[in-house]
Ligand binder design. Structure first.
Ligand code: F6P
Length: 534
């Protein structure tokens, strides 16, 4: 199967995307797909019918439909941790039963959702008070999956944010919590400690700092703390009363968790109704993913385009380029989602992967990126497949001309990447500018764009909570499909453990209570330099 893809990569991959349009005037229709108002265009890639079929064959060989059903139905597909993978249950608003070990998880999911809604409402209407009255500010302390999703969502849904101000602290760098708490009134602030395990050193350290800060002014700080965690015992030991602990189960992976309690700060910001719309959007994508034929299935197609570019053509990087300022943190969120999920070197059975693992994912909203790194995308020696996205409509009705300019820029970039500019055209430009001879030739070469650079475009109506939910779920399922085709377990993250273990051994060495014996020469040298200058 992979051999076929590699052969096609050598032939088809060497061709011109523009030739595919010339050969097939209806290429846009054939190589784009729609789902509930979203349009995914992958016609500006070198995928043709034969490549698409070879990619679809890979999903068949990997038994994708069965793996997908195994996920949705609560089988323990996270085999290295012996866990089910059921973030989809958190947005299963129809409450169809979902069984884990023979038990329907939906009653618990929905009862927690109702408790979150009641709590969020009490904060929003001022009936929950701190020592100084109604809560004006919420500080969410979490990291990784307990931070990136909610931060992204709060920014994305800014037009819907009408509750208390929500702030996020993640980094153990004291500067983060210091700068966040500065200017806040502890008597009207609620602190949420968001940690699936309730053991993450960064989060627990910041939580302790926040408690000390609050204790300077508030007689009972625990009355202004809430916790989001799978560990009822650890939250209790930490002193957070059970009525403000919102629990979830180990079948919700950290980076897939913002649909449940980890989304509480988002719900506080936008209100329960908008949060439900967000869940509905994700649920609509779940239904589409589960039922649409593979060749029309957005998550499947997005994954296959990624596989064609990375494992097929060898482009090991992918740029995510939202033309939507409010999706500012989407690239960072996708970095965790994609790189923590599919950045693995062994397959589910422990054997070495036969293909490269998931790509390096990065990006920045357009048009800012255009004035920073697009130079390399257009003229650098390596090809960076680009994923553009844009909303047909913006929220700022009186600034429609700016939105139109934004869209024009997005379209211009994918067009420029594919069309490029030939040496002939560049020479023509230089001639017009009055150059001639060797100088014309030299200057013209700098103005050549190789073109034939692939991109996809995701078009959506407007960044409402529903649409935002669709987009995030689309990417979640894309990661799942890529993982299935590569044979990876996309739901563990053993690669983050070693650094955590070593940090634990280094803290006492830095504090001077343990010797640096056993550490490598570089680390010993750095420790000595730090200690000598502190
Ligand atoms: O270190 C990685 C990680 O385990 C992520 O997978 C997770 O999202 C993050 O840490 C935070 O973990 P927790 O929610 O348990 O504090």
């Amino acid at each position: 199967m992979w051999d076929k893809l590699k052969t096609l990569a050598e032939t088809q991959g060497a061709g011109q995307i523009l030739d595919l349009f010339a050969a097939d005037p209806s290429r846009f229709e054939g190589f784009s797909a729609r789902a509930d108002g979203l349009l995914f265009d992958y016609s500006k890639t070198s995928i043709d019918a034969e490549v698409l079929q070879a990619l679809l064959d890979l999903t068949e060989a990997a038994d994708l439909p069965a793996r997908r059903e195994a996920m949705f139905s609560g089988e323990k597909i996270n085999e290295t941790e012996g866990r089910a993978v059921l973030h989809t249950a958190l947005r299963n608003l129809d409450a169809d039963p979902v069984l884990v070990d023979g038990q329907d998880v939906m009653p618990e999911v929905l009862s927690t959702l109702s408790r979150m809604e009641a709590f969020a409402t009490s904060l929003r209407d001022g009936s929950f008070t701190g020592q100084g009255g109604a809560i004006t500010d919420v500080v969410n302390i979490g990291i990784g999956g307990s931070d990136l999703g909610p931060v992204m969502a709060t920014l994305a849904l800014a037009p819907y944010c009408d509750g208390p101000r929500v702030h996020y602290v993640s980094n153990v760098d004291g500067a983060h919590i210091h700068d966040t708490l500065q200017g806040l009134n502890p008597e009207t602030t609620l602190v949420i400690v968001a940690s699936k395990t309730f053991t993450t050193i960064e989060t627990m350290t910041n939580a302790a700092t926040a408690r000390d800060w609050m204790a300077e002014k508030v007689i009972d700080p625990s009355a202004q703390f809430a916790a989001l965690s799978t560990s009822a015992s650890l939250t209790g030991e930490w002193g957070i009363p059970a009525e403000r602990v919102f629990g979830f189960e180990d079948w919700v992976g950290g980076r897939y968790s913002m649909w449940g309690p980890i989304g509480l700060p988002v719900m506080i910001a936008v209100g329960p109704e908008n949060f439900r719309d967000f869940l509905s959007g994700a649920q609509a994508m779940d239904k589409h993913f589960r039922t649409a034929p593979a060749a029309e299935n957005l998550p499947v197609l997005l994954a296959l385009v990624g596989i064609w570019h990375n494992q097929g053509l060898g482009h090991g990087t992918r740029a995510v380029l939202p033309y939507e300022q409010r999706l500012l943190r989407l690239p960072a969120y996708l970095q965790q989602l994609e790189m923590e999920s599919n950045g693995k070197r062994v397959a589910m059975d422990g054997s070495d992967l036969t293909q490269p693992s998931g790509p390096v994912v990065w990006g920045e909203p357009g048009t800012n990126g255009q004035h920073a790194f697009y130079q390399l995308i257009h003229q650098g020696t390596r090809v960076v497949p680009c994923e553009f996205m844009m909303g047909i409509n913006g929220f700022e009705g009186d600034l429609k001309h700016q939105h139109d300019l934004l869209l024009a820029n997005c379209l211009a970039q994918s067009e420029a990447l594919m069309m490029g500019r030939s040496l002939e055209e560049a020479r023509g430009l230089m001639q017009k500018a009055g150059l001639e001879g060797a100088e014309l030739e030299r200057q013209a070469r700098h103005r050549v764009f190789p073109g034939n650079r692939p991109s996809t475009t995701l078009l959506y109506p407007k960044l409402t909570p529903f649409v935002f939910g669709q987009i995030v779920a689309l990417y979640e399922h894309r990661v799942f499909v890529e993982g299935v085709v590569l044979g990876i377990n996309s739901f563990d993250q053993w690669g983050v453990e070693l650094g955590k273990e070593l940090a634990r051994t280094l803290s006492p060495i830095l504090a001077g209570t343990e010797p640096a014996t056993g550490k490598d020469g570089s680390t010993r040298g750095l420790i000595a330099a730090i200690r000598g200058a502190q």
